[in-house]
Design a protein. Structure first.
Lengths: 914, 719
């Protein structure tokens, strides 16, 4: 056994026992299956000595004087265990035996939020992206609760959105280059193999594998041998965006001849979720195979992908919810006896990762990874040509508009597929018998990314207490974007013409404007990006201090290459071909200083100061049509600092943090479908509006408190308070691009008067208190009360510009404009505070080598349907009198479009592992 | 136990694999629905012939068909049965469905007014339709008889409203028979006479027609604006034998396309618009592909398509080159070289301050181009910021009162002036490029040179001179000068047309801004004096404090009367000293608004009467005030004594015994016209601070001359 002890155990602990020759207390930490648990933290009460279990789960305390002791053994994703023992006067060695830690269960509950179909829609804007906090249970009470209790209600710690978070697979960043956001779909359903991140740092804490960002880093290692040898089968039943989930995973463990294999597959499906007309069918595959050549060298190949097919639900104005209820979804209509949804997302972007693990010398590791990801992400929608908007909730069809009564609205509240087919059928040919194009079609916005990545991680231990990490990364992205005809709905072909702009050709160099199913239509362009980054970090550990520093620099270059020349004369020379190259240089520094007051009390400071190049999405204001760069786009400057007091006692664990983050010179792009007119037209068209704010400054500040009290060894009380203020601190410049008006810059819009407006997408204040009973008999039950405050509506910048109330002729406000009226039409909507109750329970069983668990979690038990999970203002090109009239209407025609919480939802899970 | 375990395992595996393979979800594949008989009907009711339905409209009064009281009995329903002759797929035909009584060789057409767009998706051209008349009504618009509904909200007894969208499907039924082909009825423009009015609503074809020269190289319609274009047939004595109007909507999908420039076949809906006794035969295009007008030569002799601009054989000239041609002479100079000018439109007539001309500019300078056409800004060639290509040969340049301008000759080539609309296609060519921002040339007043004339310039930190404060930008509808000064005291004239959207004094007249700011304007010159011309008020947005640091705030109005109610209120004292005529109020001749008026003429020439008449305001307190002024506007017509304006703080009840102070107010001086109201500006009342002031208008006339004086917008301001 001694032979197997790791070097660290020998060098750090043996000499101590030799010098002091007092009692040595030791034990082995294992999991429920009897597998050793590496890196479990063992905390000795009334002492500053913490030890960590080594590779075989062994730990020891060497200098214990006689007395009564209490230790806490903890490891992320496992339930902590407290042990009491006595040390007698002349005991040389005391064996505490095997300490078994149980897995924390119920962590599946959070994961399913990722499958929210609302985020599939372009309408979703920025606010509906899940946070990586959901990916795993964090290490402290605050992280756990904010992820699983508050996270279910779109709470984001520190107001940081998905764009500022990082997820790495073997060093490869999963953030999409186009918008910087993480697309969880790429590994959705792979919960078994992504349950335990290799590294998980919060907020701005430096990571060993990358420089990171504002919102923490989650690092997965897909190395086959890192998965415990077992077979796992699971089935879940839920009422969220799907009904069933089945999942199977097999891991071989490392065989004698150096091979290890892990495979996993799952399916999530169902078509009667809470929201009407939402259905889903998603598979996931994962395979990882490793060959260990020597103790110092392994190669691992991983492939995974999640072919996902999912229907979306529409945001609605309050008027529509009042008429139809909160489960109403306008995206579907009856066809073939089925609820056919017009908005389908179909995504499959498999990834292949080849990683080479090399140990260099005594203290160094060099890991090299090449990866390639390709595939397609397609989102469908109805399209129409020279016809009215078939959307049942088009504002002219709403009862408030006065044409239809509430009953008449209800009668036409779903898509009438037959009438769409019929319009096409009646117009297959024109009066002269000549074939003519479709009136209605379904088109898909397709994104085909090809990402090649090379990353290299080198770590070494310069001294026992001094670690050095070097990370290099190169990424090449070719992103092909186009619209495709998905379904002609019975027509012979569709016209590739811009009905918004005098039937101008979308593809002017092509004489043929007829497009058929599978053909590209309306837009087609490719974005290319090369990105190089170098990151060096180092950690030094002293008795009382621990210091981590991380620096990085990166260079990126990007360009657009259009395939279609716009038939609109003024965009002729900016639509087709290669654009100029946009390059950006970034740099930054992060640091963490921990002061150990004693073994239980710490003061931790984190600081970060770095620049962040704009994403492709931010560089080009409307890449679908032109290569125009967003005016004022540039690197954002981020400065973030936090200071925490951490207490890790046996009874009470607590963290209190204060943070202040400023973001300067950000570019914020919103793309949303809105009813737009060009100022002269009486008609408005529902078209995609690209809205950019540039030079945006924001400030995020607040306090976080999280605590976990062991009231009894089996009953925990967990509480969290997050009190933040996230707001805009300047008036940024605004520009827009839409099909009807083309580009309109700051000379038209001026600046958005948003100074003091709040950042949307998360409640700014949240509180949670929960109790959890952990029976020693392997069952638990818990409940939490959650209170969410200060949630604001995502605003449309152009609604906040002086353009709204300024007479362009005089440059002065229109007659009758008063500050009160401006306030009425521009004030930011704040949502009501909400109370939410969650509960969960579970039990695990052991039958020999078979282990079975069952759990159920229920969110929003009180079925509170008043919580707004996302939404956006409709950004219309209105003049003051129209906007005022609408603001003063009891039910505005163009009120904000909202998504509401789905009310009571449950997730039950049963698994079998052996 | 072990057995139990493996059973459990197998149950699990079996269940899981069952779920995975058989779990049934939408597959996103759908069969095309069978739509035979969908949303169509062939009705068995009483068919009313077109002529009978039209005949229900009599004596200019709408006829409403009785409601259907027996909804279950189709047999007694009244139907108009016809074929849809129009299509609104391009949006040129808007909220109207035209029908005719046969697919081919119709004898009648009709117009159905519906409150619905894109009706072609349900009733495509050539569809047989049954229009249930019960509940509908026959009326007329522009004397065109049409079918709609009577809601009671109509403003005239003869009109009908559009059939509401939700009722369209309840009244108009598409036959289940496949649609047919409408064969357009061939007509000549010469056939467009009252005897053929029964064809209104029919699809017609006119052969061998062409758009007239004014329409050449223009689009169907400017964006969002409905316009009339003219087609002609036959040609004799330099003009078309017969013309008709083609009415195009700026909302049509093809609105931005160029009109076909050749001769040939026109197909459209036949209609008319009548205003009073004037009947205009109008044609509506369904879609631009229906027009086959490509043949040359045209009737007017044009032998080839004129709209392509090919600079290959032309010499490029600059603005400076063009201006140079007129140097040293005041005569007009014809441009004879095969040359062209490419320049950016830097100011146009959008607000009406510039009228029938635009300014273009290149790197070498700017120049005014005169054209005999209004609303040039709607023409895509003259949009602000666009480059326009100008073929110069046969145009003329001339120094007009010192400013070199581009134009043509008119009046039998005896005068220099505007380029005629019929000739514009010969000279102006759309560059089809995006508008560029108009970049002003920054100058100070003292730096202005004749080389800057015609340019769009910016002068920083200007303000209106003190004397212009409180005045509107223009006096009435006339072109008016105001004076701008910089902080060194240099001045420059600002000229503004009373016809501009921001000109005039009522309504919509703008008082000049009292602050300081940057001015953006065209620099013009008139006999050696520089003049600025703005194109919108924002060009003189003077919001900063004035040169002396003061912040100008308009003096608050403490008393005002615009006589809007008609008649004088008790605030006014009318004193008739001499003559039968007295001060009264009127709203004749100057729009609907009332104003005060005094006229010493008893009707007709030589009927002038001696008059002295006073209009005296009530006493307005200026106690505690530090600043005070009176302002009003006047309009004079016919020769006569000038109106006199007085003030007093001690009115005795008799004008003759009152001590009056004569006020130096600016009055209208143009006695030749009504309607050119002139603002007085703020007339200083500082002599009356702390007192109660009355203002009096004293009118006098003689047998030799008696003017009509009108006074309005009376305000006493104090602070």
């Amino acid at each position: 056994m001694i032979k197997k002890l790791s070097l660290i155990s020998l060098f750090t602990l043996m000499p101590a026992s030799f010098y002091f020759a007092q009692t040595t207390v030791y034990a082995y930490v294992k999991d429920q299956d009897g597998k050793p648990l590496e890196k479990a933290e063992v905390d000795l009460a009334q002492s500053s000595d913490d030890v960590t279990a080594d590779k075989i789960g062994y730990f020891q305390f060497v200098d214990l004087k006689p007395g009564h002791y209490l230790i806490t053994v903890a490891k992320p994703n496992f339930e902590s265990k407290i042990l009491e023992f006595d040390v007698a006067a002349n005991e040389k060695r005391k064996d505490l035996g095997v300490i078994t830690l149980n897995y924390t269960l119920g962590s599946d509950a959070g994961v399913i939020v990722i499958d929210d179909s609302a985020s599939d829609s372009e309408d979703g804007g920025s606010s509906m992206q899940p946070t990586v906090g959901l990916l795993s249970s964090g290490r402290d009470a605050f992280q756990n609760v904010s992820a699983f209790e508050l996270g279910a209600y779109w709470f984001r710690p520190r107001g940081v959105d998905n764009r500022f978070e990082d997820v790495l697979f073997n060093g490869v960043s999963m953030s999409k280059n186009d918008d910087g956001r993480i697309d969880f779909n790429n590994w959705g359903g792979m919960n078994d193999v992504t349950r335990y991140p290799y590294e998980n740092v919060d907020n701005i804490t430096p990571s060993e594998y990358t420089f990171g960002n504002l919102g923490g880093v989650v690092y997965y290692n897909t190395r086959a041998s890192s998965y415990r040898k077992q077979t796992s089968l699971a089935y879940s039943f839920t009422n969220r965006s799907y009904l069933h989930r089945a999942m199977a995973t097999y891991s071989s463990g490392l065989t004698k001849n150096g091979w290890a294999v892990t495979v996993s597959a799952s399916r999530r499906w169902g078509d009667r979720a809470i929201i009407d007309g939402v259905y889903q069918d998603a598979y996931a595959y994962f395979a990882s195979i490793e060959k260990k050549f020597t103790d110092r060298h392994s190669i691992n190949l991983t492939a995974f992908g999640s072919p996902t097919y999912r229907a979306s639900n529409a945001p609605n104005t309050q008027e529509v919810y009042d008429l139809m209820g909160k489960n109403y979804n306008s995206y579907w209509g009856w066809q073939d006896g089925e609820k056919r949804n017009s908005r389908i997302r179909n995504v499959f972007e498999p990834m292949f990762i080849l990683t080479d693990y090399l140990k260099v010398g005594k203290n160094s590791n060099w890991t090299n990874t090449v990866s390639y990801q390709f595939g397609s992400d397609a989102r469908s929608r109805l399209d129409w040509f020279h016809a009215p908007d078939p959307n049942p909730t088009y504002y002219r069809k709403l009862p408030s508009y006065g044409l239809l009564s509430a009953d008449e609205f209800r009668q036409q509240s779903q898509i009438d597929w037959n009438s769409l087919y019929n319009a096409n059928r009646l117009n297959l040919v024109d009066g002269d018998g000549k074939a003519r194009g479709a009136v209605y079609t379904i088109v898909e916005d397709v994104n085909k990314d090809k990402t090649f990545n090379f990353s290299s991680h080198f770590d070494t231990r310069l001294k026992d207490n001094w670690k050095l990490n070097v990370n290099f990364n190169y990424q090449n992205l070719k992103s092909d974007n186009f619209r495709r005809v998905k379904d002609l709905l019975g027509a012979n072909f569709a016209n590739n013409l811009n009905a918004f702009n005098g039937d101008a050709k979308y593809d002017a160099d092509n004489g043929n404007t007829e497009v058929r199913e599978g053909d590209r239509t309306q837009y087609s362009y490719e974005l290319t990006r090369n990105h190089y980054s170098l990151n060096i970090s180092s950690e030094i550990d002293f008795n009382k201090w621990n210091v981590v520093a991380s620096v990085f620099s990166s260079y990126s270059e990007a360009y657009r290459e259009g395939n279609f020349r716009s038939g609109i004369a003024r965009f002729r020379d900016n639509s087709k071909g290669k654009s100029s190259v946009y390059d950006a240089l970034d740099a930054g520094v992060k640091g963490k200083i921990t002061y150990k007051i004693n073994g239980k009390n710490f003061i931790v400071y984190n600081g970060a100061f770095f620049s962040l190049a704009p994403t492709l999405n931010e560089i080009y204001i409307n890449p679908r049509m032109v290569d125009y760069q967003t005016p004022g786009v540039g690197n954002q400057m981020i400065n973030s600092n936090d200071l925490s007091y951490v207490m890790r006692g046996q009874i009470l664990k607590l963290r209190l943090s204060g943070y202040l983050t400023t973001i300067q010179n950000a570019t914020e792009i919103s793309r949303y479908y809105a009813d737009v007119n060009d100022g002269t037209l009486g008609n408005s068209f529902s078209t995609l509006v690209n809205e950019a704010m540039s030079g945006v400054n924001k400030r995020y500040m607040g306090l976080e408190l999280g605590f976990d009290v062991k009231i009894t060894p089996t009953l925990n009380a967990v509480g969290v308070a997050s009190v933040g203020e996230y707001k805009y601190t300047n008036n940024p410049e605004v520009s827009t691009f839409d099909d009807l008006n083309g580009f309109r810059g700051t000379d038209v819009w001026g600046k958005a008067n948003v100074k003091g407006y709040k950042v949307a997408g998360t409640p700014q204040k949240a509180f949670s208190f929960g109790l959890k009973y952990n029976s020693p008999k392997y069952w638990w039950v818990g409940a939490s009360a959650n209170y969410l405050m200060d949630q604001y509506l995502d605003f449309s910048a152009l609604n906040k510009t002086p353009y709204m109330y300024t007479d362009p002729q005089t440059n002065d406000p229109f007659a009758g404009v008063t500050p009160e009226l401006i306030e009425l039409i521009t004030k930011q909507k704040k949502f009501d505070n909400q109370f939410m109750l969650n509960a969960n329970a579970g039990k695990s069983f052991q039958f020999g080598k078979y282990r079975m668990g069952i759990s159920v979690s229920v969110n929003n038990i009180l079925n509170n349907r008043n919580y707004v999970t996302g939404g956006f203002e409709q950004g219309r090109n209105v003049n003051f009198s129209d906007a005022l009239a609408d603001a003063q209407r009891e039910t505005p025609y163009f009120g904000p479009k909202l998504w509401y919480d789905r009310g009571i939802t449950f997730f039950t899970n049963v698994y079998l592992r052996f | 136990m072990k057995k139990y375990n493996s059973i459990l395992k197998y149950i699990f595996i079996t269940a899981a694999s069952l779920f995975i393979t058989t779990g049934c979800v939408h597959d996103d594949k759908y069969d095309q629905p069978n739509l035979d008989g969908y949303d169509c009907a062939d009705k068995n009711g009483i068919v009313m012939p077109f002529a009978d339905v039209k005949a229900k409209f009599q004596n200019n009064v709408t006829y409403a068909f009785p409601e259907d009281t027996t909804p279950n009995n189709e047999a007694d329903d009244l139907y108009l049965v016809g074929y849809v002759s129009s299509t609104d797929e391009t949006g040129n035909i808007y909220k109207t469905i035209y029908v005719q009584d046969a697919l081919e060789n119709p004898t009648q057409g009709f117009t159905v007014s519906v409150d619905a767009v894109s009706t072609y998706t349900k009733y495509p051209q050539g569809s047989k339709v049954y229009i249930k008349l019960n509940g509908l009504a026959v009326g007329a618009y522009g004397s065109l008889v049409q079918l709609g509904v009577k809601t009671g909200a109509e403003t005239s007894a003869s009109s009908v409203s559009r059939i509401p969208e939700k009722l369209v499907g309840k009244h108009i039924f598409r036959s289940c028979a496949p649609k047919g082909k409408i064969v357009p009825k061939i007509m000549k423009l010469a056939d467009m006479v009252p005897a053929n009015d029964q064809y209104f609503g029919c699809l017609i074809q006119v052969n061998d027609v062409e758009f007239d020269a004014r329409a050449l190289c223009t689009t169907y319609a400017p964006n969002g604006v409905t316009v009339d274009k003219t087609i002609g047939e036959g040609w004799a004595a330099g003009k078309y034998a017969k013309t008709a109007v083609v009415r195009n909507s700026g909302f049509a999908a093809f609105a931005g396309q160029l009109l076909p420039s050749g001769n040939g076949k026109f197909v459209g809906i036949y209609s008319k618009f009548q205003s009073g006794n004037t009947t205009t035969y109008q044609l509506y295009v369904n879609k631009s592909e229906d027009l086959d007008m490509k043949k040359f030569p045209r009737l007017d002799g044009l032998t080839e398509g004129p709209c392509d601009f090919n600079p290959g054989s032309l010499t490029a000239k600059t603005v400076a080159d063009v201006k140079q041609l007129a140097a040293g002479t005041t005569n007009w100079v014809q441009i004879t070289s095969d040359s062209y000018l490419k320049a950016q439109v830097v100011a146009n007539d959008e607000t009406g301050n510039l009228y029938k001309y635009v300014y273009v500019e290149d790197a070498t300078g700017g120049i005014r181009i005169n054209m005999n056409k209004t609303n040039l800004y709607l023409d895509s060639r003259f949009r602000l910021g666009k480059d326009v290509n100008i073929k110069l040969k046969n145009l003329y340049v001339r120094s007009v009162n010192g400013e070199v301008q581009l134009g043509s000759l008119f009046s039998n080539n005896t005068q220099f002036g505007q380029i005629e609309e019929v000739d514009m296609y010969k000279y102006f060519f759309d560059s089809n490029t995006a508008s560029r921002p108009v970049v002003p040339t920054e100058k100070t007043i003292s730096q202005l040179t004749t080389g800057d004339v015609g340019r769009w310039i910016k002068i920083k930190d200007l303000q209106f001179v003190d004397g212009d404060l409180g005045r509107t930008l223009t006096d009435g509808n006339a072109v008016t000068s105001r004076t701008l000064q910089d902080c060194s005291g240099n001045t420059v004239i600002l000229r503004t047309s009373g016809q501009a959207s921001f000109g005039g004094i009522k309504p919509g007249g703008y008082e000049v801004k009292g602050g300081k700011g940057d001015a953006y304007a065209i620099l013009s010159i008139y006999n050696g004096t520089y003049q600025l011309w703005i194109t919108k008020l924002a060009n003189i947005d003077f919001d900063a404090p004035r040169c002396d640091g003061s912040v100008y705030t308009p003096i608050p109005v403490v008393y005002s009367d615009d006589f809007a109610a008609g008649g004088f209120s008790s605030d006014w004292t009318v004193k008739n000293v001499t003559g039968p005529q007295v001060w009264q109020t009127s709203n004749q001749g100057n729009g609907q608004n009332y104003y005060a008026m005094m006229n010493g003429n008893a009707g007709g020439a030589g009927n002038n009467i001696v008059n002295e008449d006073w209009l005296i305001s009530k006493a307005v307190s200026l106690v505690g005030k530090t600043k005070a002024a009176v302002s009003f506007s006047t309009d004079v017509r016919y020769a006569g004594n000038a109106l006199q304006v007085y003030a007093t703080d001690n009115y005795t009840g008799d004008p003759a015994t009152t001590t009056w102070t004569l006020l130096p107010a600016t009055l209208d001086t143009n006695a030749n016209a009504f309607g050119d109201w002139v603002g007085s500006g703020n007339v200083n009342l500082s002599a009356f601070l702390g007192k109660n002031v009355r203002i009096a208008f004293k009118y006098t006339s003689t047998t030799a001359a008696a003017a009509t004086w009108e006074v309005d917008d009376f305000k006493i301001k104090a602070q």
